[in-house]
Ligand binder design. Structure first.
Ligand code: 5AD
Ligand code: FES
Length: 348
């Protein structure tokens, strides 16, 4: 059964939910090894040996939302909140140029203190440094997304988090799954390279939900997909639930490579947090991107989406050299240039 499902997918058959569930249930040993081997083959064939580095500037940890899993949630009074000033953000972007990164990701909690105009100005200035810009600041109006696109933003990350609307509504009070999908459609219409993705191992999530995550990513024709394990944060409502399984996360990632062969798939920081060689293994099981932290060290500990996040005591340059070593030790090379989507929009 497993072997049949795998061979049908690698021959490019349109995946159905049942075969995705079979692949996601690969058993340790031969089945998992075959899955990881095929994912690595697809990675080599479609996106090659380059590993793209995306420098992430976590510029504010203020957030108006109440996501049940996230340490930045508005209700978390134990978190020391910070906002980086414009000049400080630009300094981090200049560091990205120095370290040879082609892309900066401007990431924050949903913090409306930064007006659309302010962010547009930042985007334009950073674009002027020759960098590609990815925004990751949550749900905003179509007009705001349009303004940033006009200012030069290339990409936008907005994870759908889970394709199960009921689970989504349970974990995101006051938010709407349908509205999130609408945001993703706007971003697409506005010509962004769109990234989405999901958390693996959320309390109450099933394999069927994960198969739906993969089908949704295909339907959205995403250029990027971030797939990481749930990590419980003690100061959140999900603090006492177990972490997502790392092995299951690798299986979702590997199947994602098979169903989205051209997509940029990061070896996520969350995978690196659950295991010291987590990102290396992810890079060998479908991933082709890593996202080094560019946030000034004094703020890193406070961008606590989940506890134990790696690189909190490192400086931006430390992560650069750490990742260079990691990539070379895997026999791969660092991506040059902006590392844009490898396929024209909507043709994934
Ligand atoms: N565990 C794993 N991932 C998390 N995220 C937020 N909180 C957690 C957690 N506790 C992820 C979400 C979000 C991204 C920035 O971090 O997917 O989109
Ligand atoms: Fe930050 Fe390795 S990536 S220390």
């Amino acid at each position: 059964e497993f072997a049949t499902a795998l061979s049908r997918i690698i021959q490019g058959e349109e995946p159905d939910k049942a075969s995705l569930i079979i692949l996601l249930s690969a058993r340790p040993g031969e089945e998992e090894e075959a899955l990881y081997r095929e994912a690595d083959n697809f990675r080599a064939r479609y996106v090659g040996e380059e590993v793209h580095l995306r420098g992430v500037i976590e510029f504010s940890n203020h957030c108006r939302r109440l996501c049940h899993y996230c340490g930045l949630r508005a209700d978390n009074r134990r978190l020391r909140r910070y906002r980086m000033e414009k000049e400080e953000i630009l300094k981090s972007a200049r560091m990205a140029v120095e370290l040879g990164y082609g892309t900066v990701v401007l990431q924050s909690g949903e913090d409306t203190w930064y007006s659309a105009e302010m962010l547009a100005e930042l985007v334009a200035t950073i674009k002027g440094m020759g960098l590609a810009v990815t925004l990751c600041v949550g749900e905003r109006s179509r007009e705001e997304y349009a303004l940033w696109r006009e200012a030069g933003a290339d990409r936008y990350l907005l994870k759908h988090e889970t394709a199960n609307p009921r689970l989504y509504h349970r974990l995101h009070p006051g938010m709407s799954w349908e509205e999130r999908i609408t945001c993703l459609q706007w971003l697409r219409e506005l010509g962004y390279q769109v990234g989405s993705g999901n958390i693996v191992g959320l309390p109450g999530q099933t394999l069927e939900d994960l198969a739906d995550d993969l089908l949704l990513l295909r339907k959205l024709r995403v250029e990027m997909a971030g797939i990481g394990p749930f990590i419980p944060h003690p100061d959140t409502p999900l603090g006492s639930y177990p972490a997502g399984s790392l092995e299951l996360t690798y299986r979702v990632l590997a199947v994602a490579r098979l169903v989205l062969p051209w997509a940029h798939l990061p070896a996520t920081t969350a995978v690196g947090t659950l295991s010291p060689n987590g990102r290396q293994l992810a890079l060998q099981r479908g991933a082709n991107v890593v996202m080094p932290n560019l946030t000034p060290r004094k703020y890193r500990g406070d961008y606590q989406i989940y506890p134990g996040k790696i690189c909190v005591n490192e400086e931006p340059a430390d992560c650069r050299y750490c990742l260079e070593g990691m990539i070379h030790s895997l026999g791969r090379r660092i991506g040059r240039g902006p590392g844009h989507a490898l396929r024209p929009l909507t043709e994934n």
